[in-house]
Design a protein around this ligand. Structure first.
Ligand SMILES: Nc1ncnc2c1ncn2[C@@H]1O[C@H](COP(=O)(O)OP(=O)(O)O)[C@@H](O)[C@H]1O
Ligand SMILES: O=P(O)(O)OC[C@@]1(O)O[C@H](CO)[C@@H](O)[C@@H]1O
Length: 239
């Protein structure tokens, strides 16, 4: 079956905001705790499980009034350090929408990697199938958010050592796919992603691809996919 294509109309996504913590009275705290308990119970019992496979990282986001020229020295209007990566963002979104979100990626056991895992866990994303390398570095991205042109420019340093198929045993892959109703790929870590896609296909689990732009492994994954989302420019460029 040919996959269904969905095109994102805008370049910058709208983020779902989560209310920041505020001081609460004991009664309020208790009520909030009970509400949280019951929504988590509902999520575990009723919500479908979505498995994501792909990129995570730490984003260092500097917002600027105007994009700098080479060798300029400018000041940011704000700075944020937070989890990013396409699959990380997508699965965080799924968890915040109430789905059971399970994510597979690779980080190193460094401060960034530990931070990435903690942030995902705090959002309710299941990270128990992550590969954590004792050596190397976790993925990291400088992001310049330009308020004038409304663009985000990313300078990405991939994680090292990269994910390889041997990082995940067959039994782990089968356990990660158990009970999954949809698998999402952002087309990063393509060799291992393809193994998951073939297994998902064998089990008739629908596959959703974010085809941001042409990259290694995209065609193979597209051949196995049921649904595709892509940037506004990508399908035009490939026609
Ligand atoms: N409008 C925005 N305001 C602030 N930060 C943004 C905005 N758009 C994107 N970003 C940041 O840039 C990163 C990369 O953006 P994008 O490529 O759109 O996301 P993704 O990695 O989910 O495909 C995001 O993880 C986010 O931290
Ligand atoms: O270099 P790639 O693999 O294309 O993209 C990596 C990356 O820059 O892309 C995301 C934005 O889409 C960032 O969150 C991430 O760090």
């Amino acid at each position: 079956m040919a996959p269904t294509f969905y095109t994102t109309a805008i370049m910058l996504p709208t983020y779902i905001s989560v209310p920041s913590r505020s001081p609460l009275t004991t009664t309020h705290s208790l009520r909030r705790f009970r509400a949280k308990m019951s929504s988590e119970t509902v999520r575990q019992v009723e919500s479908p499980t979505v498995l994501g496979f792909g990129g995570v990282g730490v984003d260092l986001l500097a917002t600027v009034a105007e994009f700098p020229k080479p060798d300029d020295k400018i000041r940011s209007t704000s700075l944020k350090v937070q989890g990013g990566g396409n699959a990380g963002n997508a699965l965080t979104c799924a968890a915040r929408l109430g789905l059971n979100a399970r994510l597979i990626s690779k980080v190193a056991n460094d401060a960034q990697g530990r931070g990435i895992l903690e942030e995902l866990k705090a959002d309710g994303v299941d990270v128990s199938f992550f590969v954590v390398s004792e050596e190397g570095n976790s993925p990291f991205t400088y992001v310049i958010v330009d308020n004038q042109t409304k663009t985000r420019t990313c300078i990405h340093t991939p994680g090292s050592p990269p994910m390889i198929p041997d990082d995940i045993s067959n039994s782990t892959m089968l356990a990660a796919l158990a009970g999954v109703k949809l698998v999402y790929f952002d087309v990063r870590l393509p060799d291992t992603a393809l193994l998951f896609a073939h297994e998902a296909n064998r089990r008739k689990i629908p596959i959703l691809i974010d085809a941001e732009r042409p990259r290694e492994g995209l065609d193979d994954l597209l051949n196995l996919s049921d649904y595709v989302v892509c940037s506004a420019k990508f399908p035009q460029a490939s026609c």
